[in-house]
Design a binder for this molecule. Structure first.
Ligand code: SAH
Ligand code: SF4
Ligand code: F3S
Length: 470
């Protein structure tokens, strides 16, 4: 039986892009050229921005925070909820003046929003100062598109509708030294009825285990201590590529990479959480005791409408099974409030599941109607005021629970991987526990990248504070 292997972009194509990188580098020689990339979406979007940064840096551009000083400005967009899209339009409008003052700059937009025809049409009509529009499947082609734009006055639009092959071997420049995202699979096959991601990211494509392990090994050699393996549903890793290797197997392979001390992953779909994966989390010493397991709703009726393929009881059963295997595990989740047809009883089921599971934290979202998804056609859309009131009630319950869980850390000694200076205070350093809690403490830059023991002395809803004792 022949099985499909991971389909990669041919190496000739990658080499061609590297030639464009070199050609632009020659153009930039002796000039101080700058770029800025703004990310609007999820970790995967962030990881794509790191690839753009890698390409730009190899072309001789340096990063700047200030768009005013940039020669290349890129917006990497998200369309998972309407407010993510509105933000992009706001920013794009504001760039018009800058382009008038400095017509020589290049403005590019890419990412998930661009995989929707009506968005591209809208940008073409309303934002004529945009020079390059490209999508999620041809990100690796950015050097060619930029080269084309630098050498002509025409606007360049390149969107692929079909699912692209996996591009290996292009440069990447990561934001952080201590922690890194590694995308292990692209796309999603699940079609949750509210979600636009399968339409803009295409079908599931897994990278090969050897490419992933090589990337993680390089990271380990360069001082990275923690990797987060990314995919829309990592539990179906490998199923598309005939690798006979599950995500659990991938975890155990990555667990063996020298230098890496912590492994995280997201996201796991509850319908595919296997016993094998639960045991891998338990048995691989570097895999952190934290599981992000989006529940979306506590009502089995709504879960059916969402096409999630599990019930409230099944989810609760999973939580129990995981906790009995790994008692110290922390659960986090995603919840949508105000899905079409959600009644007060349905919403109460969601509050109930919060109380039963006691998540460490929950990302809570107001349902946002996404054109093209089945749920958008549902006649019973919930009024905004009702959604907002439910949202507030939900957040109140979750905040109380998060705080209560954090209080249980008071006085304990906990291991923290030091990431660097804290954003909130110049004096404080920040890091995370294995259970993914943010901990702030007084430290020094030599601690960066090492695991220290912190005695917790103060507790907040979102973070902990303490003193380094070892
Ligand atoms: N593949 C991941 C993440 C998908 S996007 C997963 O399945 O969990 C991240 C979160 O955004 C989802 O978990 C969901 O809670 C939320 N989301 C997706 N579409 C949405 C919509 N139309 N309105 C509101 N929230 C949405
Ligand atoms: Fe969207 Fe569902 Fe796929 Fe997650 S699993 S990306 S929520 S369709
Ligand atoms: Fe991520 Fe948003 Fe795209 S959540 S996959 S950037 S639509």
């Amino acid at each position: 039986m022949s099985e499909r292997q991971t389909v990669c972009v041919p190496q000739e194509e990658i080499l061609k892009q590297k030639e464009f990188i070199n050609s632009i580098k020659e153009l930039n020689l002796g000039r101080l050229k700058k770029y800025s990339v703004t990310t609007f979406g999820c970790q995967m979007n962030e990881n794509d921005s790191e690839r753009l940064a890698g390409m730009l840096s190899d072309m001789g551009y340096t990063e700047t925070e200030s768009q005013k000083d940039s020669d290349v400005i890129i917006y990497n967009t998200c369309c998972v909820r309407e407010n993510a899209e509105l933000k992009v339009y706001g920013h794009l409008g504001a760039l018009k003046r800058l382009k008038e003052e400095r017509p020589e700059i290049t403005i590019a937009v890419c990412g998930c929003m661009m995989q929707q025809k009506e968005v591209v049409e809208h940008i073409k009509r309303k934002y004529r100062h945009v020079d390059i529009i490209f999508g999620t499947h041809n990100l690796y082609k950015f050097p060619e598109l930029l080269y084309g734009s630098l050498n002509s006055h025409d606007r360049i639009i390149d969107i692929w509708e079909t699912t692209g092959a996996v591009a290996e071997g292009m440069p990447i420049q990561r934001k952080q030294g201590v922690k890194a995202f590694v995308t292990v699979m692209y796309g999603c096959n699940n079609y949750c009825s509210y979600c636009i991601v399968p339409y803009v990211r295409g079908r599931e494509r897994s990278r090969s285990i050897s490419d992933i392990v090589n990337e993680v090994s390089m990271l380990g050699q360069h001082g990275c201590k923690e990797v987060t393996l990314l995919g829309q549903n990592v539990n179906s890793f490998g199923k598309d590529a005939g690798q006979h290797l599950s995500f659990a197997k991938l975890l155990s392979e990555v667990n063996g990479v020298p230098g890496i001390e912590r492994i995280r992953f997201m996201t796991s779909h509850p319908k595919d959480l296997t016993d094998e994966l639960i045991y891998a989390i338990r048995d691989c010493d570097k895999v952190c005791p934290h599981l992000h397991l989006p529940v979306q709703s506590g009502s089995t009726r709504i879960l059916n409408e969402m096409n999630r393929k599990y019930s409230k009881e099944h989810y609760l059963g999973l939580v129990e099974k995981v906790r009995s295997a790994i008692p110290e595990i922390a659960f986090t989740t995603d919840i949508i409030v105000g899905f079409p047809g959600e009644t007060e009883e349905d919403f109460n089921e969601t509050l109930d599941i919060l109380e039963r599971v006691r998540f460490d934290s929950a990302y809570t979202f107001l349902y946002s109607k996404r054109t093209g998804t089945p749920a958008a056609k549902n006649a019973v859309q919930i009024p905004e005021e009702v959604k907002k009131l439910r949202f507030e009630r939900l957040v109140e319950v979750q905040n109380r629970i998060s705080r209560e869980i954090n209080l249980s850390y008071m006085g304990t000694e906990t291991e923290v991987l030091v990431e660097g200076l804290s954003k909130s205070s110049d004096a404080a350093f920040t890091g995370r526990t294995g259970t993914n809690k943010v901990v702030n403490f007084k430290g020094s830059s030599e601690m960066e990248g090492s695991v220290v023991t912190v005695k917790i002395e103060e507790v907040h809803t979102w973070s902990l504070e303490g003193k380094v004792i070892r």
